[in-house]
Design a protein around this ligand. Structure first.
Ligand SMILES: Nc1nc2c(ncn2[C@@H]2O[C@H](COP(=O)(O)OP(=O)(O)OP(=O)(O)O)[C@@H](O)[C@H]2O)c(=O)[nH]1
Ligand SMILES: [Mg+2]
Length: 228
């Protein structure tokens, strides 16, 4: 009985996620869902990314946190549309779900967005279970977290399309084996591509920006081919 309820919840989520995906496809918006444990650097990466891409692309952000609008405020400084979702008042969920994103989409002017970033709630486990209607899932892992995280928390890594290894500036100050970290990520997801970067120094942000542009182009071409 319990299993049936869980399945129903996930099925309902998937149905709404597909609706979100249809809306976003019609508008030609590339949607990227960033997941990580708390403090891996999602918001700082987004700040640097927006700084880099803002003059060429129209960007929007959906911010997920249990509480506070701190991250939304950090991104709103770049004069882009930002919606904050807080789950504290609705049970304190540790992840975003498709319905929350649907509500946020309703509050955004989608005609003026080409790239939509969704910063999921800081958690390495729960967000991986919920499709939001995004095009790609990005997992951010910072060097301070240890090289074993991909094998300890495999689901998010298994489902991810790209791994961003953040805080590269700290490499020489930590007891971390970067090669082992990458090997562990490939162990759970042999196809997982990775980009190493430092949101603090900006190293690697160019590569990440190129990855985004390439995926936006691919999305445009596919939408064109589908005639939508
Ligand atoms: N040294 C260093 N610090 C970083 C880097 N990226 C982020 N930080 C720091 O790490 C801390 C957390 O960064 P955030 O961007 O808030 O992390 P987050 O993943 O958005 O955190 P939550 O939203 O709470 O899950 C901040 O003090 C950042 O300045 C980096 O590349 N190098
Ligand atoms: Mg954040």
């Amino acid at each position: 009985m319990k299993i049936k309820v869980l399945k129903d919840v996930l099925k309902a989520n998937d149905t709404i996620a597909e609706e979100n995906r249809t809306i976003l496809r019609k508008k030609g918006i590339l949607t990227l869902n960033l997941m990580s444990s708390p403090g891996a650097g999602k918001t700082l990466i987004l700040e640097k990314t927006v700084e880099r891409l803002k003059k060429d692309f129209k960007i929007g952000v959906i911010e997920g946190d249990v509480s506070t609008s701190n991250d939304a405020r950090r991104l709103a400084r770049y004069d882009i549309p930002v919606i904050q979702i807080n789950t504290d008042s609705i049970g304190g969920a540790c992840h975003l779900d498709a319905n929350m994103v649907k509500e946020a989409l309703g509050s955004l002017n989608l005609s003026s967005i080409q790239i939509l970033f969704i910063e999921n709630i800081g958690n390495l486990i729960c967000p991986a279970g919920f499709d939001l209607g995004e095009d790609k899932k990005i997992i951010v892992l910072s060097l301070t977290e240890g090289e074993d995280k991909p094998v300890k928390y495999p689901v998010a890594f298994r489902k991810a399309d790209l791994l961003l290894v953040n805080k590269l500036d700290l490499l020489n100050h930590l007891d971390i084996d970067l090669e082992l970290l990458l090997k562990n990520s490939r162990k759970v997801n042999p196809d997982l591509k990775s980009i190493q970067l430092s949101a603090r120094t900006g190293e690697g942000i160019d590569k990440w920006a190129q990855w985004i542009k390439k995926n936006l182009d691919l999305k445009k071409r596919r939408s064109g081919a589908l005639g939508s």
